[in-house]
Design a protein around this ligand. Structure first.
Ligand code: TYD
Ligand code: MG
Length: 468
């Protein structure tokens, strides 16, 4: 018998090494390398193809093709993120923390499609059929014609799906529970996850079904094992949220058939996930309008404008090294805004404890939030509540200028739609200026700072005289 070659795969990041070592060179984790026999594993596919010797067809790029056929669920928030429905013959990965609502979301979309007469198969590797049924009944979906299977062996799943008419949608919940006879490793290891995902993506291409794989994210935010799965599938969506809040965000991070920066917003209720068509209203729902330190940021998520409350608390610090606590924003970005306030606007703020919170548990990563953050900070520092009907957006430069940002028109329209009366921002284009809102444009951050401070209960502390 030929000696089968082996290599070692890190179970944390998927890196391959030719010899065993205690610590993975790629990700630095200890004791994560597991031996994998190559001939029986992933390498077998291409080798077999080579043995056939069949050449591939070369075709011109300019050929005619139909646009991708899609199965539209009718759940607008989900269809928006997939780019208009699940693409037939494609594989999609839905990742997220355990307990965030992935199974609920997919069961609801499965029922929606089954109710439209599509053939939908839901394979649960985590829950027994009775558990899935119970959940469906609780969600009021007990009558939907979804076909269920509780199975974890890939070969059996493939045989089941090939038996009978081809399904339109197959949901595999979850990829970490699958195992295949083709490799020796234990279920849940990178090798098993990768080989199983490969078999299922092949099934998608072959059968024309849309295959949805559910993947749990580990503590470091990667889908366990599945960096490897991410590049294999056609689209990757993340389901995010904060377990202490009801809303959940479905975010596209890769999509071969559509834009990636779209989000869908849902709220987890006792009747399952409900779509939130107007997220700005949800995020501003509990706003304390008269409190100092609160500013409304007119943000963008993909092509979608979103109004979000930013709260700041600036408090005198008893500590030598003051505290900085940021939730929902980048803390180095906060340091930058603080440094600009201090050096360019003459505001002595750095010696205080500073807490910054994006309300509702949302995460913002747009630099356009700078101006809203600065406004909230100055408002808290001086005790001046900002006008309740104002929204803020603009990027702050290191020189203390306020830079214009993209999609100003969309942000302004959203503010108007939600009943806001004024906007504070950098320079706007002429087209954006006449919008019925009261517009205040600042070229310099210091101008906004002195305007807010003029309304304040406390004067802005002057910087200490320079001693160097
Ligand atoms: P689930 O879909 O099982 O999460 P995942 O598949 O991502 O692990 O959702 C689990 C959580 O959702 C659970 O903590 C309870 C909550 N939930 C509701 O609040 N309402 C509901 O109707 C359902 C079905 C679940
Ligand atoms: Mg689940």
């Amino acid at each position: 018998m030929a000696k089968s070659r082996s290599h070692f795969v890190c179970q944390s990041c998927g890196a391959v090494s030719s010899r065993w070592q205690g610590r993975c060179d790629a990700c630095g984790e200890w004791n994560t390398l597991v031996e994998e026999i190559m001939d029986s594993g992933v390498g077998a596919g291409p080798k077999a193809a080579k043995a056939n010797g069949r050449p591939a067809n070369l075709v011109p790029l300019s050929g005619e093709t139909e646009s991708a056929a899609r199965v539209v669920t009718g759940m607008a928030e989900l269809d928006r993120v997939t780019g208009g429905g699940f693409v037939k013959g494609s594989a999609l990965l839905v990742g997220g923390d355990p307990g965030i609502g992935k199974s609920t979301l997919l069961l609801q979309s499965a029922a929606a499609l089954a109710n439209k007469g599509k053939r939908v198969v839901y394979v649960s590797g985590e829950e027994a059929v009775a558990q899935v049924r119970l959940r469906a009944q609780r969600l009021g979906l007990g009558e939907a014609g979804v076909l269920l299977a509780a199975e974890t062996n890939v070969e059996i799943i493939l045989a089941t799906l090939e038996n009978g008419p081809p399904p339109d949608l197959v949901i595999i919940d979850s990829i970490q529970t699958l195992w295949t006879d083709r490799v020796d490793s234990a279920p849940g290891t990178v090798t098993q996850v990768r080989t199983s995902a490969q078999a299922l993506t092949r099934l998608a291409k072959k059968s024309g079904a849309a295959v949805v794989l559910v993947g749990h994210v580990t503590k470091d935010g990667q889908i366990a094992g599945p960096r490897v799965v991410e590049h294999m599938v056609d689209a990757v969506l993340y389901f995010e949220g904060d377990s202490s809040h009801t809303f959940r965000i479905l975010r596209g991070v890769k999509n071969r058939y559509g834009a990636t920066d779209e989000i869908g917003v849902f709220a987890m209720t006792e009747r399952g996930l409900e779509q939130v068509a107007n997220p700005s209203a949800l995020f501003l729902d509990q706003r304390d309008k008269d409190a100092a330190g609160s500013a409304v940021f007119a943000g963008m998520e993909g092509t979608r404008p979103l109004l979000i409350e930013i709260q700041a608390l600036v408090a005198p610090s008893p500590l030598g090294t003051p505290r900085r606590a940021v939730v929902g924003w980048d803390s180095s970005r906060l340091s930058m805004v603080l440094a600009v306030l201090e050096t360019r606007c003459g505001v002595r703020i750095g010696a205080n404890d500073i807490y910054l919170n994006v309300a509702g548990g949302l995460k913002i990563n747009e630099p356009a939030a700078d101006l809203a953050v600065a406004a909230a900070l100055i408002s808290s520092l001086t005790g001046a509540a900002l006008p309740a009907d104002a929204v803020y957006f603009g990027e702050i430069s290191l020189a203390g200028g306020v830079r214009p940002v993209v999609h100003a028109g969309l942000r302004l329209r959203e503010a108007q739609k939600l009943g806001f009366g004024s906007v504070v921002t950098g320079k706007l284009g002429n087209a954006d200026r006449n919008n019925g809102l009261d517009v205040t444009e600042y070229a310099q951050l210091s101008d906004m700072v002195s305007r807010i401070a003029a309304q304040g209960k406390r004067a802005i502390p002057e910087p200490e005289p320079e001693s160097w």
